[in-house]
Design a protein around this ligand. Structure first.
Ligand code: ATP
Length: 247
């Protein structure tokens, strides 16, 4: 589904990604873990086209997308959530989702801009998205009044409204209470199943990693230390030394 080969990224004299290669299969959940500063977010930015790599290639469903912009990658099916949720703070839950659905409709129809008015089918769809992220009871609440967990889930809903094929999530449960975290894990497992999604995520919480991941890649100082299932990773001596040993 998504593959990258020999990705290098420097910030000035600092080498942040040093030859990263990976291959994520369709409907797989692939998690990138590693200590702070390992390069996980930078790798996500390169894969989603937010920043260019210095060298290396990225392919998506067999197409070389290395030189495509982030928005062109969204058109091809990339959905992305961030460490700090990006929502429209003054707009309600419903409006945030409607705006995403309208954007998706415009993308498909290439039609003229329509008034932002949650009527008819789009409103029904938005309510359905809100239900999927457990926010159907907060449709009229402005996003700025939502709890941290609800804001992260709203961002997930906005991303789902764009009907991605691959969902890239940067620390989807960071800063959440245990109950919020469990609710979010359940939602991710559900939507993955219902929408046949391929998922890539970064995560520090090993409990979340174990519940969501099919395979895990461990990074340290911009390099891949190991790739495998959770038990394979746990048995890897280099990983124990470099990462899990720190816990
Ligand atoms: P965390 O788990 O803390 O989010 P990470 O593994 O996602 O860390 P990155 O955010 O990718 O790590 O950062 C990797 C390295 O690159 C760090 O040393 C960071 O300071 C550096 N870095 C990231 N963005 C920039 C930038 N725009 N300019 C210069 N250095 C940067």
């Amino acid at each position: 589904m998504i593959e990258c080969t020999n990705i290098y990224k420097n910030y000035g004299a600092i080498s942040v990604l040093k030859g990263i290669s990976l291959n994520v299969a369709e409907q797989e959940t692939f998690t990138v873990i590693g200590p702070n500063g390992a390069g996980k977010t930078t790798l996500f930015k390169v894969l989603t086209g937010e920043i260019p790599a210095n060298s290396g290639t990225v392919t998506f469903k067999g197409e070389d997308i290395t030189r495509l912009s982030a928005s062109a990658r969204v058109h091809r099916g990339f959905g992305r959530t961030f460490q700090v949720a990006r929502v429209l703070p003054s707009n309600s839950v419903l409006e945030n989702i409607v705006i995403a659905l309208e954007a998706r409709a415009r993308q498909i129809e290439r039609g003229p801009l329509r008034q932002l008015r949650p009527t008819g089918r789009i409103k029904d769809e938005a309510v359905e998205v809100a239900r999927r992220i457990s926010l159907a009871n907060k449709l009229d609440v402005p996003a700025r009044f939502l709890s941290h967990g609800d804001r992260k889930r709203l961002e997930l809903g906005i991303t789902l409204a764009l009907k991605p094929k691959i969902l890239m999530m940067d620390e989807p449960t960071a800063g959440m209470s245990p109950s919020d975290r469990n609710a979010t894990i359940d939602i991710i497992l559900h939507v993955k199943d219902e929408d046949c999604l391929t998922i890539m995520l970064t995560e520090h919480d090993m409990d979340v990693v174990s519940q969501l991941s099919d395979r895990i890649m461990v990074m340290n100082y911009g390099e891949t230390i190991a790739v495998g299932t959770l038990s394979e990773i746990r048995e890897n001596a280099a990983v124990r030394d470099i990462y899990l040993g720190e816990e």
